[in-house]
Design a protein around this ligand. Sequence first.
Ligand code: ADP
Ligand code: ZN
Length: 443
Amino acid sequence: MNTTPIIDNNIWQPEFECMAHSERKALQLEYLQGAVSRSLRNPFYKKAFADKGVSVDQIKSLDDLQRLPLTTKADLRDNYPLGFMGIPRNEVSRYQGTSGTTGKPTWVAYTKNDVENWSNLCARFLVSGGLKKEHTVQLSFGFGLFTGGFGLHFGIEKVGAAIIPISSGNSDRQLTCMHDLAPEILICTPSYALKLMDTIQGGDIARSDLRLEHAFFGGEPWTENMRTRIEEGLKIRCWNNYGLAEVQGPGVSGECAYRNGMHIQEDHFIFEVIDPDTLEPLPDGEQGEIVITPLRREGFPVIRYRTRDIGYIINDGVCSCGRTTRRMSRISGRTDDMMIIRGVNVFPSQIETALMRIDSVAPHYMIEISRPNAMDEITVHIEIKPDMFSDSMIEMHKTKREIGAAIHSITGLNMNIDLVSPNTLKRFEGKAKRVVDHRNLVD
Ligand code: ADP
Ligand code: ZN
């Protein structure tokens, strides 16, 4: 466990974040009983509970959670648009939507209490990662149905810092704003940070003219090696945070001053990790699919939601920051992103980790999968840093070999490596889409 803080250690709601385990467990049980009662207002859970022969009064301990049904994205889609709503429509304070990364976007609803809790939970991770009242924040998450924009907006307001609600897109304007209003803090997806990094490197405003010091990134998987690249490239420090609309939006977990994984807001969410194939529970420390039960949600009370995000839980005692919650690892990928190549499971994040180890490589890549002659084949298109791009075939060949070996050492697979000129691959303003799979088209 890291015991050296990178920034000042601050805590927004110590009464909850640092509470004793036993106290938190008692609270979780009380809230779980409430969450189950609320969920029974909708026909899906009424039937699912009846099918399993479980009733609310049988929830006597946290272990009883295991008896409750799991909920999938397909269940949400089958009950589209608002089959999971837990309240009459006149009690809804806000609707938001998922981004639709894996198909049709779905709606979620919040009551006034939900919005208030959500704001506090965003304030928790923002403060734990260094946001202070005196800061100015450039909020470059999309405003609108995506939970990133409005979710974070209210969290920043709680803390009392100044917000620039610029939303995503128009990188030149982002940079002008960063220069003219001099924010210390940036919030966006890590992919958008890469695009802004390009804009700074190619534009008229120099990095030294910006006050930017610090960033909060979330919304998509990214690796530790990518963090190093962005920290070096943008000369900032960046913090990871996690969330999803189905259980709230951002604010489910986030890193503290010690960056020991993301603290889970366990007084609001119960986390489980399951084997995605057998659905058996896995112990802390073992990687699997994360399942989340929001405990306080009124508008959209889902139970045991299968996130399809792969990660593990870190449970090694009280963190040096003083928080007593368990923490979660980085997300290594979504079950939908997992590529099965010649029988081997590979996540894009493994390829990213390998690529970012090679100095001459820029942080922009694209993965293409095809099946010529009935054999899976992956081609990794990767940009080379402008100062490393060379006309020498021998140099380029050496780089290709180095990249191929790094990928092989992590995935055990040989992949085709295609080095492309700087600034030729697509950049992203929100969540990146770096995998193109042609196999479904061929089949
Ligand atoms: P969608 O599932 O349509 O993308 P959301 O906009 O609610 O809907 O995004 C939530 C998803 O984004 C999560 O389930 C997860 O896959 C991804 N995500 C969010 N934050 C992170 C993070 N810090 N690291 C990795 N993945 C993340
Ligand atoms: Zn901590």
